[in-house]
Ligand binder design. Structure first.
Ligand SMILES: [Zn+2]
Ligand SMILES: [Zn+2]
Ligand SMILES: [Zn+2]
Length: 155
């Protein structure tokens, strides 16, 4: 399904229920604060910076302190509910369930929409390459920047 032209309320509802399920499974708590941050990030499928998240939350009620946002984001990252886009220092809500696989992010330079794909072969190939170098991987980050299909057809 194209990431645009869809009922986005469904995405958000699905994400929130997945968040509740994930927290229940891990014995953690999706506090109101964490849920609010998650909803703010999930307002669109585009990358969003921490300060934009603060602005979104401020316009919906109380302006949260940056530290509160970063703590909530760490929690959400740890639970795979949001992904950090390292190349842009921004965040995006996870749009799929992928267990322990680190997704490859496809970032559109034009509209900012971030899609995610799972590339288990790429990840395991990187792991074996690193192993030959006796390099212990902490985290694999693969981010592709380019033009999404939607922008390509509309330009
Ligand atoms: Zn959506
Ligand atoms: Zn994801
Ligand atoms: Zn685009």
């Amino acid at each position: 399904m194209p990431i645009t032209h869809h009922n986005h309320a469904n995405c958000t509802a699905e994400l929130i229920s997945r968040a509740e399920l994930t927290c229940a499974k891990r014995g953690t708590r999706l506090t109101e604060q964490r849920k609010d941050v998650l909803s703010s990030v999930a307002e669109s499928h585009s990358a969003v910076g921490a300060y934009e998240i603060i602005e979104r939350m401020a316009s919906a009620g109380v302006r949260p302190a940056p530290i509160t946002i970063y703590r909530a984001l760490d929690f959400l990252l740890d639970h795979d509910l949001v992904h950090k886009i390292e190349s842009r220092n921004a965040y995006v809500a996870c749009s799929g369930s992928h267990a322990n696989n680190q997704p490859t992010l496809l970032i559109c330079d034009k509209c900012g929409i971030v899609d995610e794909v799972i590339e288990p072969e790429t990840n395991s190939s990187l792991q074996s390459t690193a192993a030959t170098k006796h390099f212990a991987i902490n985290k694999i980050v693969i981010e592709l920047s380019g033009i999404c299909n939607q922008c390509a057809v509309s330009s």
